[in-house]
Ligand binder design. Structure first.
Ligand SMILES: *[C@@H]1O[C@H](CO)[C@@H](O)[C@H](O)[C@H]1NC(C)=O
Ligand SMILES: *[C@@H]1O[C@H](CO)[C@@H](O)[C@H](O)[C@H]1NC(C)=O
Ligand SMILES: *[C@@H]1O[C@H](CO)[C@@H](O)[C@H](O)[C@H]1NC(C)=O
Ligand SMILES: *[C@@H]1O[C@H](CO)[C@@H](O)[C@H](O)[C@H]1NC(C)=O
Length: 414
């Protein structure tokens, strides 16, 4: 989650609209009682949240005038309680203010589309937990604390089985199948019957992630593991991993890569012997001359990233629908935490080896050149993504400069 959430309140018939605020916001019908909008770095709906994922934009939004005193009760977030800071603005509307903020103390925003419903019936988040068809719902097994997702093909099932066994009952498991073979897993692996299977042929991990891991679906999970199928997890224990990540405050992380048994691309993600976690590197074959540059710090790779809930809510917004290979995302994950050099890192004590099985390459159509064409598209997408990020940064910077030049900003909050 970004710090400095923009908290905005709408109150009653008297204040059904905003004054001179230009960011998109769904304004409810005038008779709505009182809603508080905790403007989070990507809570889930719409362009505004996406824009807030960009730190520049967030700062700009932070300059907007916030009309009421609102204390945020961000109950859905227990990782980053610091972000639930109280934004105090002593400004403007009077009598309505106090009654509004107290009445709205625990109210949630009405999600787009739910404005017609009585607020207490609205459920805006969900999970990937399987329930029984019988019995008392309250006695179903509870939603797990963490979520493991893997993109798999049946040919890699032995390795996937071994990996899944490194994850405890605290994890819900979801498999994305790119080869159309799903029911076979149930025959071999008991855990498969408790997993969610999504089948869509010949898609890449980030295609599935964009479509099936919307932040409102991942919301109940403290951490999301978004793993490839070709990781050797012999020396990995997921519960211990989560403990270390929480201990060191890593919002985006990955296990260290054991290069004695597998491949490596970057120096910074290589496992270090005798260390719990590390956050950066200098020198070496990764050629990191400047520790403050990606990928020398603030960096994890796409093969086995682990996101906190809030970091994922941001990262999800960065995934482009048409760029399915996701190349270049890892070089921009840093945008999704407040302090990339502190909050992103590599867990050395729980590590994996990257076997680098080119499974996805085999998914190219043989008649069009197979893996070679797949790789060519990945490179092309990489270039496209870099261009989009560059343009988005430029436009955001321009937008940031423009209104300040012409308007007198209202008083700041702190
Ligand atoms: C706001 O309230 C104060 C006293 O509480 C009063 O003096 C002032 O006139 C009010 N302002 C408006 C705009 O109602
Ligand atoms: C799955 O993995 C577990 C743990 O490594 C192992 O005991 C079990 O035999 C495996 N199942 C199959 C069908 O290979
Ligand atoms: C890693 O450290 C352990 C002891 O902490 C040592 O026994 C082992 O040889 C080291 N491995 C490497 C590759 O340095
Ligand atoms: C790092 O890259 C620079 C040029 O980008 C090159 O001159 C230098 O030799 C490289 N160092 C290592 C250790 O690869």
């Amino acid at each position: 989650m970004r710090l400095n959430p923009i908290l905005t309140a709408l109150c009653g018939a008297a204040f059904g609209f905003f004054i001179g605020v230009s960011f998109p916001l769904q304004v409810g019908r005038p008779q709505l009682p009182c809603y508080v909008f905790p403007w989070r770095g990507g809570g889930g709906d719409g362009a505004g949240a996406g824009a807030a994922a960009n730190s520049t934009t967030t700062n700009i939004l932070g300059r907007f005038w916030v009309p009421f005193v609102v204390s945020s009760s961000s109950s859905s977030n227990n990782i980053n309680t610091a972000a639930a800071s109280v934004l105090q603005v002593q400004q403007q509307p009077n009598a309505t203010t106090s009654s509004c903020s107290s009445a709205a103390g625990n109210s949630k925003p009405p999600p787009a589309g739910a404005e017609r419903l009585p607020p207490k019936i609205v459920v805006s988040e969900t999970d990937l937990h399987m329930r029984r068809l019988w019995g008392d719902p309250r006695q179903d097994t509870p939603v797990r604390k963490y979520l493991l997702t893997m993109t798999v093909g049946f040919s890699e099932r032995a390795n996937v089985n071994a990996t899944v066994h490194k994850f405890s009952d605290d994890f819900d498991v979801m498999l994305f199948h790119y080869d159309g073979r799903t029911t076979e897993w149930d025959d071999e692996f008991p855990w498969s019957k408790q997993a969610i299977h999504v089948s869509a042929r010949k898609q890449a991990k980030w295609w599935y992630a964009k479509r099936f891991l919307h932040p409102s679906v991942v919301a109940p999970y403290d951490y999301l593991f978004l793993w490839d199928e070709d990781l050797a997890a012999d020396f990995f224990d997921a519960d211990e991993y989560v403990r270390l990540v929480a201990k060191h405050g890593l919002r985006i992380s990955q296990p260290g890569l054991d290069i004695t048994r597998g491949k490596k691309t970057y120096d910074v993600t290589t496992r270090r012997n005798g260390s719990e976690v590390h956050r950066n590197t200098v020198g070496g074959p990764g050629n990191c001359s400047d520790v403050h540059q990606r990928p020398c710090s603030g960096f994890v790779e796409v093969m086995a990233p682990v996101f906190s809930r809030d970091a994922w809510a941001c990262a999800w917004h960065m995934i482009q629908n048409d760029l399915i290979h996701g190349w270049g995302l890892d070089l921009n994950f840093w945008r999704c935490v407040d302090d990339p050099e502190q909050q992103m890192g590599v867990v050395d004590a729980q590590y994996v080896a990257h076997r680098a099985v080119p499974t996805l390459g085999r998914q190219g159509n043989p008649e069009t050149g197979g893996g070679g064409k797949v790789r060519a598209r990945a490179w092309r997408e990489f270039a496209d993504f870099k261009a989009r990020i560059r343009n988005a940064d430029r436009d955001a910077a321009a937008a940031a400069a423009a209104p300040l030049a012409t308007q007198q900003p209202p008083p700041r909050s702190k």
